[in-house]
Design a protein. Structure first.
Lengths: 110, 115
């Protein structure tokens, strides 16, 4: 798995706005897709892992979808809060190896 | 329970010196990974351990980099003759198994600065 792309690179939104990010990846040799949140001065924290085409996962105000046939995943945040400010990383994985994208840096303005 | 720990949290060294970075994975996790993030870059895979074996060392940038894992637990990443381009945050992660759907749990990282 090569060439994982995330867009946008960075994003500023107002508190209460909803937003979404994209992760695109080659669909060959795909096993799973992981989303992580990485806050400054903390460890990356796992949000979701998805394996099947059409998978949707939700945790509170954050949700994600997966399209393995076309090689993309979306992460949605509904009603953004300042504490959502972080870098969001996606990582498609093969049988053991993750390939991380460069992330989308989100800043939520109060 | 305890998460993944790494030490030191910060390391400043002079060019040409050797450094050792330590990772204590979550107890019972058989898979262990080392990554690094250089300034402005994404997370770069370095090496993967399954137990004490390293089936994939393909991400190690040069022969100055080596890693070992003992007792299926603690891992040490050693960088010999450090160069300024080695400056980065080095992250360790562990997972219950090596499966691609297993969640990796990350440590807080070691920030290495080579002067």
């Amino acid at each position: 798995i090569l060439n994982v792309e995330q867009s946008p690179q960075s994003l500023h939104v107002q508190e209460g706005d909803s937003t979404n990010f994209t992760c695109s990846f080659p669909s060959s040799n795909f096993y799973a897709l992981h989303w992580y949140r990485w806050e400054t001065a903390k460890s990356p924290e796992a949000l979701f892992v998805m394996t099947l085409n059409g998978d949707e996962k939700k945790k509170g105000r954050i949700s994600a979808t997966l399209n393995t046939k076309e090689g993309y995943s979306y992460l949605y945040i509904k009603g953004s809060q300042p504490e959502d400010s972080a870098t969001y990383l996606c990582a498609p994985s093969g049988t053991y190896k993750y390939i991380f994208g460069t992330g989308t840096r989100l800043k939520v303005l109060a | 329970g305890a998460g993944v720990s790494q030490s030191p949290s910060n390391k400043v060294t002079e060019k040409g010196k050797d450094v050792e970075l330590r990772c204590d994975p979550i107890s019972g996790h058989t898979a262990l990974y080392w990554y690094r993030q250089s300034l402005g870059q994404g997370l770069e895979f370095l090496i993967y351990f399954q137990g004490n074996s390293a089936p994939d060392k393909s991400g190690l940038p040069s022969d100055r980099f080596s890693a070992e894992r003992t007792g299926g637990s603690v891992s040490t990443l050693t960088i010999q003759r450090t160069q300024q381009e080695d400056s980065a945050v080095y992250l360790c992660a562990s997972s219950l198994g090596p499966g691609g759907s297993d969640t990796q749990y990350f440590g807080p990282g070691t920030r290495l600065t080579v002067l």
